[in-house]
Design a protein around this ligand. Structure first.
Ligand code: PLP
Length: 397
């Protein structure tokens, strides 16, 4: 045959984009309708309301045709003016990218540096804010779930640090790989701009992103002078749809209506979080088991910061993860995430978010364990058993 991949369904274990449920695929495949048609407007409005519920906000929502980068950019150009300072909490590849974007837009980027395996020290964040006596920092940018390292950042603690020193900066949160998989509470945590995308926890194709925006952020937006047109929230408010400029990707909205139904009605948002936490812990039990015999380890060394949507696995010294990823893909049709920027070759990532259940996770882990073996990577065999034992124990309760 000509195919280089084995038959059978691919187990897609990247941390985004993620698996798309069949009912969402069917919903996306909607024939064209006029996006000003009242029937579509109903779908549109229901999606806006549903997304706000998932963000846990009663404030504003603005949406863009574009991946997460678009919402990142929108959050900056709508809130800041040239030369404004923003404080970025270093978490990994994605906090670095957001920082690069801010720099290129003419903002002054300050960073709270952090060890990628341990995570930002909240005391250091508090100190950086306290030291800003003249309140030059206009925004604090925090990546809720750092997809490159498999670590979560406790946003409530970031909010608390800002409040303790009475810092008036806006809090911007990237929820791209947390929304719809890990608890996020925009209003309760005082998040002023929450950046999200379609292709991860929401189980949709890539191509739509959005920002939840607080009243306080809207007031800052009025004075923000960075250039913007497509992303301009004021323009959006002047349109019939009030949260979108340009042609509306109607297929993604039909898909979003269905994914919101799956999340809120069929499963329930809190159950979705519990499922992710269970599957995340199963993956971690497996990796911890492999780490015996000088095997691969959890990249995250701070148990309080484990991500329930993605696990980054650090290869033993002298072994490149690309061989393991290649075997998993070409022999077993299992797609794993690569290591990003300085983790290239050293870390592979198992995504466990979105439309996923126990057998899919176990199948992925089994393929990884076989790939470790086939590539002569040291490890303690039996990681999958450790994951199974954990999952079965939870069900016996
Ligand atoms: N932020 C985080 C935490 C991400 O995981 C990603 C993508 O993986 C992005 C930002 C960038 O989003 P996109 O690739 O959709 O432009």
């Amino acid at each position: 045959g000509t195919s280089t991949r084995p038959r059978g369904r691919q187990f897609f274990a990247n941390p985004g984009p993620t698996n798309i449920p069949d009912s969402v695929l069917l919903a996306v495949a909607h024939s064209t309708v006029d996006f000003n048609d009242p029937a579509f407007m109903e779908v549109y409005d229901a999606c806006v309301e549903g997304l706000k519920r998932v963000l846990k906000t009663r404030q504003h929502l603005f949406m863009y045709t574009g991946s997460g980068h678009a919402a990142w950019e929108a959050s900056l150009v709508n809130l800041f003016s040239p030369g404004d300072a923003v404080l970025i909490l270093e978490t990994g590849h994605f906090s670095d990218s957001w920082a690069s974007m801010a720099r290129d837009m003419g903002l002054e980027v300050r960073q709270v540096p952090a060890d990628w395996r341990q995570g930002v020290d909240m005391e250091a964040a508090r100190a950086a804010l306290a030291a800003d006596k003249d309140r030059a920092i206009k925004g604090v940018c925090a990546v809720h779930n750092e997809t490159s390292t498999g670590m979560a950042l406790p946003l409530a603690e970031v909010r608390a640090a800002m409040d303790e020193v009475g810092h008036p900066a806006l809090l911007l949160a990237d929820t791209i790989s947390s929304l719809g998989s890990i608890d996020f509470r925009m209003d309760e945590w005082g998040v002023d701009a929450a950046v999200g995308g379609s292709q991860k926890g929401l189980m949709l194709p890539t191509g739509m992103s959005f920002t939840g925006v607080s009243e306080k952020a809207m007031a800052a937006h009025e004075k923000a002078r960075l250039p913007k047109f497509y992303f301009n929230w004021t323009r959006m408010l002047g349109r019939k749809q009030r949260s979108f400029v340009g042609t509306i990707p109607i297929g993604l909205f039909y898909g979003l209506r269905e994914s919101l139904r799956l999340i809120e009605e069929e499963e329930g948002l809190e159950q979705v979080f519990r499922r992710h936490s269970r599957l995340g812990e199963a993956v971690r039990r497996c990796v911890r088991h492999w780490s015996g015999n000088n095997g691969p380890q959890l990249f995250c060394t701070n148990p309080g910061r484990f991500s329930d949507s993605v696990t980054a696995v650090l290869m033993p010294e002298g072994h490149n993860c690309e061989a393991v990823r290649g075997t998993a893909l070409n022999r077993f049709n299992v797609s794993l995430g690569a290591g990003l920027s300085k983790l290239d070759g050293r870390v592979f990532r198992v995504g466990h978010l979105g439309d996923l259940n126990e057998p899919m996770v176990l199948g992925t882990l089994a393929a990884v364990e076989m790939s470790l073996k086939l590539n002569g990577v040291p490890h303690a065999p039996g990681g999958v058993d450790a994951a199974m034992a954990f999952l079965a124990d939870g069900m016996a309760a």
